[in-house]
Write a protein that binds this ligand. Structure first.
Ligand SMILES: [Cu+2]
Length: 528
């Protein structure tokens, strides 16, 4: 028997019956646009001229006891993003995206990060089933060598800390490291495309924007044996929008460009910062030469706030099938065929595209139906040559997806998310309250299955979930499989189901519009 409990995070949310969800969705006042677009101040390159880069795979510095050890230096670097233009960025190991880490399921990895940036950082492996100590809690800072005074600000809650200090940002549970920090990832999880990025309190959005993002792929023998396109025919595609200032630097409307003291962005960017340049793997509107064969595209939307609806269009206007084989948390049970694929910030889709029917020399453009002008184009594939193709897409991809049923749930929680007044400006609230690390918003027991009813986009740390319904109707085709991030359309309510297993400790759930996240649209999840 399901115990139904309507719950306000922090006790501030009015109770909602199941039938109250529609009005809760209306109350959410979700804006029809998810941000405002910055305009670049220098000439932009033509589309489909720059070759698609593929981020280098990082080599372990050592192996002991069946675990691999990696080292990454977080540092400022000048990167050529636009041809002939130098862009100073904050990077993992000098590149954007950072180096890719390739792992095997169940083989633990330790990544030692060294912070040579001018600000504290936090590393979060998005999609990782990670013990709390290595999950990158936003106050578990890694301080740079020369910036000890920042920790003093944190301790004493300087007025200039913005909303953080006023809401008790002092966090007695924070574990602060100096200069280097080891993050340990057991990777006892389904094979999937994960990504690591900065997650510092109040400054996640601008830090990702400046370049702190990279890929982490987990594989296993069962997936390798499927016969999916592999090697050069498997491509990670990290899509992210940016805008550039006249001097080649990245433009970003931060209230405090040093990203040290005052968090937040200027009007009219509070609902999210959009750029006018679409990057894939750090290159503007790139082009990639392909064989006339099947390719596995592992797509991540690493944009702060931009949503995409992707389609692959040939020269003669034909739309190629996007055969989805995987979601955020790995393989689907069976392929799902799309011609249009919506992807929200932080979501991943694993798709196979077959270029064999495209004439040699033909161009397949990946376009974003939600974009306009230059932001309608994403990248292109140039079909260069005929080639043998022994890859396949099995009709059964995996048999280990969790099959939680409603009747398994020991409780149902309702969450309201809405825009609200926070300090001097507008902010984003969950259950009426801005984020406070010192407050536990949701407590659950290890092993419990729960149904969550949501009226806004959510990313859950630690666990994957399945989508049960959208506004009382069955899930959409792209809701298939195991997800860790879900995106709602305006006025929509969604039900998800998950089991809180893995590790006890303090985790987060939040909106993955990075600007919303920095404005407090984030809550604590304590697994006991
Ligand atoms: Cu995450």
């Amino acid at each position: 028997m399901t115990r139904r409990r309507a719950l306000g995070i922090g006790g501030a949310l009015g109770l909602m019956a199941a039938t109250g969800l529609t009005s809760a969705a209306a109350l959410a006042r979700r804006p029809s646009i998810t941000g405002a677009q910055l305009r670049s101040d220098l000439p932009l390159p033509l589309p489909f001229q720059v070759p698609l880069p593929v981020p280098a795979v990082l080599k372990p510095v050592g192996t002991s006891g069946g675990a691999d050890r990696y080292e990454i230096i977080q540092r400022e670097a000048s990167v050529e993003i636009l041809p002939g233009v130098t862009t100073p960025m904050w990077t993992y190991d000098g590149s954007f995206p950072g180096p890719t880490i390739e792992s095997r399921r169940g083989r633990p990895v330790t990544v030692s990060h060294r912070n040579e940036l001018p600000v504290p950082t936090v590393v979060h492996l998005h999609g990782g089933r990670t013990p709390a100590a290595s999950d990158g809690y936003p106050t578990d800072l890694l301080l740079p060598a020369a910036r000890q005074e920042h920790s003093t600000h944190m301790e004493h809650g300087s007025e200039h800390m913005g909303h953080g200090s006023e809401h008790g940002m002092h966090d007695p549970r924070a574990v602060v490291s100096e200069l280097t920090r080891d993050y340990t990832f057991p990777l006892d999880q389904r094979p999937a495309l994960l990504w690591y990025h900065d997650h510092r309190m109040d400054f996640t959005a601008p830090a990702i924007w400046r370049g702190l993002a990279g890929l982490h792929i987990v594989r296993d023998d069962a997936e390798d044996a499927l016969g999916l396109p592999a090697g050069p025919r498997e491509l990670p595609l990290m899509i992210a929008d940016r805008a550039f200032a006249a001097d080649g630097g990245l433009a970003y409307p931060a209230l405090d460009p040093t990203l040290r003291v005052r968090p937040g962005v200027r009007e009219p960017y509070l609902a999210g910062v959009l750029g006018d340049v679409i990057l894939v793997n750090g290159a503007p509107w790139p082009v990639h030469e392909v064989d006339a064969a099947r390719y596995r595209l592992r797509i991540l939307n690493a944009s702060n706030a931009r949503h995409y609806e992707l389609e692959a269009v040939t020269d003669d206007g034909r739309r190629l099938d996007l055969v989805q084989i995987g979601a955020d948390q790995g393989l689907l049970a069976a392929p799902v065929v799309h011609t249009l694929l919506p992807i929200a910030p932080a979501e991943r889709y694993d798709v196979v595209v077959d270029f064999s029917g495209v004439p040699i020399g033909g161009l397949v453009r990946v376009v974003n139906r939600l974009g306009s002008g230059r932001t309608r184009d994403v990248m292109a594939f140039r079909v260069a040559r005929r080639a043998a193709d022994d890859s396949r897409i099995p009709r059964a991809l995996s048999a280990d997806l969790p099959a939680w049923r409603r009747s398994d749930a020991v409780r149902v929680r309702d969450f309201a998310f809405r825009a609200g007044q926070m300090d001097a400006g507008h902010g984003w609230l969950i259950g009426g309250l801005p984020f406070d690390p010192a407050r536990t918003d949701v407590t659950t027991r290890l092993g419990d299955v729960e149904v969550w009813r949501l009226v806004a986009d959510v990313h859950l740390h630690l666990v994957g979930f399945r989508v049960l319904s959208r506004s009382g109707r069955p899930p959409l085709p792209h809701d298939a499989g195991l997800k860790d991030t879900v995106s709602l359309r305006p006025g929509e309510a969604v039900e998800i189901i998950t089991r809180f297993d893995g590790y006890r400790g303090r985790y987060l759930f939040h909106c993955h519009n990075a600007e919303h996240e920095d404005m407090g649209m984030m809550a604590n999840l304590e697994i006991v």
